[in-house]
Design a protein around this ligand. Structure first.
Ligand code: A3P
Length: 313
């Protein structure tokens, strides 16, 4: 990924951070269909325009709740697709504006979908939306979707540090206040539990592959290979290894200034598993354990998250 390709990404985030400095806390978010979104990067107009977005069967989608590692897996996916395109000498999508378009589907100006319609395949598209909030064409046209999930305790911990360091999102005075809001689904993009619950309805779709943050942490080469095979990208072992090497936490953090600008300092925080143990009290654990059981216990994705392994002290 070249620096030029990331310019628009960095510019949009930088602008959001600058705009937020002069905004009152209550102006930072707005509500659409009952969920909160950051008003510095999303808008009602863009959500309206999104309804007419035409997905393609060869689109490469990544869906993940915020703080599940979407920037990480997004880099893996983009790198895989670009490496595969180079192999096929299909370099048309290397130098055009594809990578300059902000990769999150629902983020940006309302005209972005017209520009995206002109982009060659394969388009790499990220989203934090639940399936029922995605445009109908995504499922109708059978676009393939990589679904990324992460254990809720680390997601909450990551989210807490993120909102408190990132000016465009409302911050919290205490971890306790944040935890209450997280459990009540008062986050931007809504509730973690709703996200996993709604995506669980598609867990068995042939065009959906679920992967966990934790399994990628445990065996990145295997995870990258599975992702590549799911999207039929046909890379050699050496090429897969290149993608694996470029996606280590260390490599991505070192490159963060080029790929994410100042935002990179906030995003690449710890990149590990179990930091929740430094934040959760017994009461927080009990609340989270009960809600997980109530909302996701017995579901396929709930099982995939291995709650007993990653979320028990
Ligand atoms: P932490 O805050 O726990 O460190 P998202 O991209 O969805 O906002 O998720 C951000 C989380 O992914 C952060 O978690 C970040 O450190 C982690 N992350 C980013 N790149 C990573 C990588 N290469 N390996 C592991 N984790 C990574």
């Amino acid at each position: 990924m070249t620096t030029t390709h990331r310019k628009k990404f960095i510019a949009l985030i930088d602008k959001a951070m600058a705009d937020a400095e002069t905004m009152a806390p209550e102006e930072l978010v707005f509500s659409y269909k009952g969920l909160l979104y950051p008003s510095t990067v999303c808008s009602l107009e863009t959500f309206k325009a999104l309804e007419s977005f035409e997905a393609r069967s060869d689109d490469v989608f990544l869906a993940g709740y915020p703080k599940s590692g979407t920037n990480w897996v997004g880099q893996i996916l983009t790198d895989l697709v670009l490496t595969s395109a180079k192999n096929n000498e299909d370099t048309s999508n290397l130098d055009n504006e594809q990578l300059e378009e902000f990769p999150y589907l629902e983020v940006g100006d309302p005209e972005k979908y017209q520009r995206m319609a002109d982009l060659p395949s394969r388009r790499v598209i990220f989203t934090h939306l639940t399936p029922q909030n995605l445009p109908a064409s995504v499922f109708k046209n059978k676009a393939k979707i990589l679904l990324l999930i992460r254990n809720p305790k680390d997601v909450a911990t990551s989210f807490y540090h993120f909102v408190n360091r990132l000016s465009p999102l409302p911050s919290y005075n205490t971890w306790d206040d944040f935890f209450t809001a997280f459990m009540n689904g008062q986050m931007v993009w809504g509730s973690y539990f709703d996200f996993v619950f709604e995506w669980n309805k598609h867990a068995d779709d042939a065009n959906v592959m679920a992967i966990t943050y934790e399994e990628l942490k445990e065996n990145r080469p295997l995870g990258v290979k599975r992702i590549s095979e799911f999207f039929d990208l046909q890379l050699t072992d050496d090429e897969i290894q290149g993608v694996v090497d470029r996606s280590s936490f260390k490599a991505m953090k070192e490159n963060a200034g080029k790929t994410h600008g100042a935002f990179g300092d906030i995003l690449f925080r710890k990149g590990g598993v179990s930091d929740w143990k430094n934040h959760f009290s017994e009461e927080h654990n009990q609340k989270m354990d009960a809600t997980f059981e109530e909302r996701l216990g017995g579901t396929e994705l709930g099982g995939k998250l291995k709650y007993g392994v990653y979320c028990k002290a």
